[in-house]
Design a protein around this ligand. Structure first.
Ligand SMILES: NC(=O)C1=CN([C@@H]2O[C@H](COP(=O)(O)OP(=O)(O)OC[C@H]3O[C@@H](n4cnc5c(N)ncnc54)[C@H](OP(=O)(O)O)[C@@H]3O)[C@@H](O)[C@H]2O)C=CC1
Ligand SMILES: Nc1nc2c(c(=O)[nH]1)N=C([C@H](O)[C@@H](O)CO)CN2
Length: 235
C-alpha cells in the first residue's frame, strides 16, 4: 500500500473535505471517526481505511495508536483535525473539561506524532504533520478558555515537532477562524460572526483543503501557521 495520510476526526466538515480531496488525488487515506456516519461508509467505498477512535481517554489513544501503526509501516502525513469545541458554560466540572480538551487537542496529537516518528521519517519523500489549531491560539477566548489553551498547546507542539523531525518532516499549524457555521447557529449569531473579519465571508471547508494542499506541495515551509481568518486580527 502507498504510504497513507492519516486524518483524525474526518467524518464531517473540514476533515471530510480534506479526506475527499486526497482520495481524488489518488492518495491513500486513513481516517478516524468517533460517531458512525454515512460519510464514513462513503469514504470506505472510495478506498479509505477507517478507524473508530475517541481521543478523550488514555486507553482509547493507546488503542488508536496500535491500530494506526498496524496499518502501514510508513506514513506520508498526519493531520490532527479531531476536535471538541467545548464552552465553559456547558460544563459543571471544569477539571474534566480542561483535561478532555488537553487530551483531544494536545495529548493525542503529541502521542500519535511520537508513535509515528519513524513511519514519517521513512516515507520516501518529505513527510508532513498538520495541526488544525485555531485563530484564538494567540488571543485566547472568554467563552472557550480550556479549548483555546489546548489549541495553544497544540500550536506549541508544532514548533517543537518542527525542530525535532526536520529535515525529513515538515510540521505546520493551520489556524482557521470562522470557516463554516454549525447547524444550530441562528441568523443573529451568523450576522455578528460575519462582522468579526475584514472580508466578512464564511468561505467553507475548501479553504482548509487549499491550505492543506499548499503545505503538502511546499518544500520550504515548516514551523509556521497558515492563518485562515479573513483579516480578523486587524478588526
Ligand atoms: N470550522 C471552523 O470554522 C473552525 C475549525 N477549527 C478547527 O479545524 C478543525 C476542523 O473543524 P471542524 O470540521 O469544524 O470540526 P468538527 O467540530 O466537525 O470536529 C471534527 C471531528 O472531531 C471529532 N471529535 C470530537 N470529539 C472527539 C473525541 N473526543 N475523539 C475523537 N474525535 C472527536 C468529531 O467526531 P464525530 O463527529 O465522529 O463524533 C468531529 O467529526 C478542528 O480542529 C477545529 O478546532 C478552528 C477554527 C474554526
Ligand atoms: N471543533 C471545532 N472547533 C471550532 C469550530 C467548530 O465548529 N468545531 N468552530 C469555530 C468557530 O468557527 C469560531 O472560529 C468562530 O469564531 C472555532 N473552533
Amino acid at each position: 500500500m502507498k504510504s497513507p495520510v492519516l486524518i483524525t476526526g474526518a467524518s464531517q466538515r473540514l476533515g471530510l473535505a480534506m479526506a475527499e480531496s486526497l482520495l481524488e488525488q489518488g492518495q491513500h487515506v486513513v481516517v478516524t471517526y468517533r460517531t458512525p456516519r454515512p460519510s464514513i461508509t462513503m469514504l470506505k467505498d472510495k478506498g479509505a481505511t477507517v478507524l473508530q477512535a475517541d481521543f478523550s481517554t488514555e486507553a482509547a489513544i493507546d488503542r488508536a495508536i496500535d491500530e494506526i501503526k498496524a496499518i502501514s509501516k510508513t506514513y506520508r502525513a498526519v493531520i490532527h483535525n479531531a476536535s471538541d469545541w467545548a464552552q465553559e458554560k456547558d460544563s459543571s466540572d471544569k477539571q474534566s473539561l480542561i483535561e478532555r480538551m488537553m487530551m483531544i487537542h494536545a495529548i493525542a496529537p503529541y502521542r500519535i506524532n511520537l508513535a509515528l516518528e519513524d513511519a514519517l521519517r521513512e516515507y520516501e519523500g518529505q513527510a508532513d504533520i498538520i495541526h488544525m489549531t485555531d485563530y484564538i491560539q494567540e488571543t485566547g477566548s472568554e467563552k472557550h478558555m480550556a479549548y483555546a489553551a489546548s489549541k495553544a498547546a497544540l500550536h506549541n507542539l508544532t514548533l517543537s515537532f518542527a525542530k525535532k523531525l526536520s529535515p525529513q518532516v515538515k510540521v505546520n499549524s493551520i489556524a482557521p477562524a470562522l470557516l463554516m457555521f454549525n447547524e444550530n447557529d441562528d441568523e443573529a449569531y451568523k450576522q455578528k460572526a460575519l462582522k468579526k473579519s475584514l472580508l466578512e465571508i464564511v468561505p467553507g471547508a475548501q479553504e482548509a483543503v487549499k491550505a492543506m494542499n499548499y503545505l503538502f506541495d511546499s518544500e520550504y515551509v515548516t514551523g509556521q501557521t497558515l492563518h485562515l481568518n479573513g483579516g480578523r486580527h486587524l478588526k
